[in-house]
Design a binder for this molecule. Structure first.
Ligand code: FES
Ligand SMILES: [Fe+2]
Length: 439
């Protein structure tokens, strides 16, 4: 458990808040590119507690500006999207993608007042289906060379979903490798062949016919190892099996608020947990295929069965008890909340309350990833407070383009050889990959 004061420091993300200032030093997912599809390329964005509006101008360039018109505060999401930018419907002031006020059609002819008016604006860039924003001081950092950014668009699918809780508890479930043996337990196994696009439905490793669901169920006490890396943390979960074999699952924490984990033999998931405000967050995922192009239509349809647009809100939520069915819980799943593991995670983190009270928690040995992550975040917060930015992972002089991978894989190996075997399996997948995934 931690003090209330520290819990506040780690969870609050508004401007000027300690954790908020750390998050603002990194590119943040602001929207899916598909939110600008359709007739009118304008989308409302609330990010780190700031109300903003994202739009595309007639040059095709993206702009992310303050939601409230600098004149008298009208809502620019309802602005008229014109060639050069967004025009406020109230009195017609026009803003370009950099927030500059270009016209004030109701002011006297020749007035130059508009030159002094500026809406807040942030740099934005699209990467493989996600529009990222930089809300920090100075120039934004370069993007790392991770697989999800190096893979061509054909091999990456992007999606998002809303969770009604603080971003930190959402992230912490992703660095807790032990929960999968319980929360995501299925009492019956499915044919891995039918599991395309879904997590934990494949076989437990290349060349193995053990379903991942069985592996997780049969070996609930993983040995966990956590190592610090240039980008954050590498977590290794070892499930020692019969016959001198070990299942090795390598996942990653990418500072400050992403994880990179295996989804199936074919794909990894890179997932950011992004504060809308301190009590709501979106997960944004890039599903990256190392094999065939991603079947985006199928993956989108699967996820739209579980989410409503335009807010990407899950259909199962606390207002309908997450679809909880005690008979299913008795016979088929550990939660009784269906077969979409996202719902399980959502229930776990939302049930803690909007901001988990960490003064009342009791961390066990399987929470080592969480302990190590909080230490990284504290170090970053303390560093920023004293003006020392060299403690910020990936911003401390490391060449971001040189940050590749990360290794994110499931392997079954001889127990004596697990480390080498895990790296070998990753290398083999990279060699066979149709795009350049070399390290
Ligand atoms: S409030 Fe926007 S132009 Fe007046
Ligand atoms: Fe989970």
């Amino acid at each position: 458990m931690i003090s209330q004061e520290l819990n506040d420091r780690l969870t609050r993300t508004g401007k000027g808040q300690p954790a908020g200032e750390v998050l603002r030093r990194y590119w943040q997912p602001a929207a899916l590119a598909e939110e600008l599809d359709g007739g009118r390329p304008v989308a409302p964005v609330t990010l780190l507690g700031e109300r903003l509006v994202l739009f595309r101008d007639d040059d095709g360039a993206l702009g992310l500006i303050g939601r409230h018109c600098p004149h008298r505060g009208a809502d620019l999401y309802f602005g008229r999207q014109e060639g050069k930018g967004l025009r406020c419907p109230f009195h017609g002031w026009l803003y370009d993608r950099n927030g500059r006020c270009l016209e004030q059609p109701g002011e006297p002819e020749g007035s130059r007042m508009h030159e002094r008016i500026r809406a807040p604006s942030y740099p934005v860039v699209e990467r493989n289906g996600i529009v990222f924003a930089y809300m920090g001081p100075g120039d934004p950092p370069d993007f790392p060379g991770f697989d999800c950014f190096r893979a061509p668009g054909s091999h990456v699918f992007a999606f998002k979903g809303l969770w009604e809780c603080n971003w930190l508890q959402a992230l912490e479930i992703g660095i807790d490798p032990a929960h999968a043996s319980f929360l995501h337990r299925f009492l019956e196994d499915e044919d891995p062949q039918g599991g395309y696009g879904r997590q934990f439905r494949d076989s437990a490793a290349a060349g193995s016919n053990i379903p991942m669901t069985r592996l997780l169920r049969d070996y609930p006490r993983p040995e966990l190892q956590v190592a610090e890396t240039e980008f954050g943390l590498r977590l290794t979960a070892l499930r020692h099996m019969e016959g001198g074999l070990t299942h090795v699952r390598v996942t990653n924490q990418i500072f400050p608020q992403a994880i990179c984990i295996p989804m199936s033999r074919e794909m990894t998931i890179t997932q950011w947990h992004v504060p809308v405000d301190d009590r709501t967050c979106y997960w944004y995922s890039l599903f990256t295929s190392f094999d065939k192009p991603v079947d985006k239509a199928m993956m989108r349809a699967q996820r739209l069965e579980e989410h409503s647009l335009p807010g990407y809100a899950p259909l199962k939520n606390r207002r309908n008890d997450y679809g909880y069915d005690p008979e299913e819980q008795a016979a088929r799943t550990w939660t009784g909340m269906g077969f979409d593991i996202n719902v399980h995670d959502q229930w776990a983190v939302e049930g803690m309350g909007p901001i988990q009270d960490r003064t009342a928690e009791h961390l066990g040995s399987t929470d080592i990833g969480i302990v190590r992550y909080r230490r990284l975040l504290r170090t970053a917060i303390d560093g920023l407070a004293t003006g020392d930015e060299t403690v910020l992972p990936m911003l401390n002089g490391t060449d971001p383009a040189g940050l590749v991978g990360p290794l994110s894989n499931d392997t079954i190996a001889d127990t004596a050889d697990w480390e080498v075997a895990s790296m070998r399996a990753d290398r083999e997948r990279r060699i066979a990959c149709p795009w350049d995934a070399s390290l």
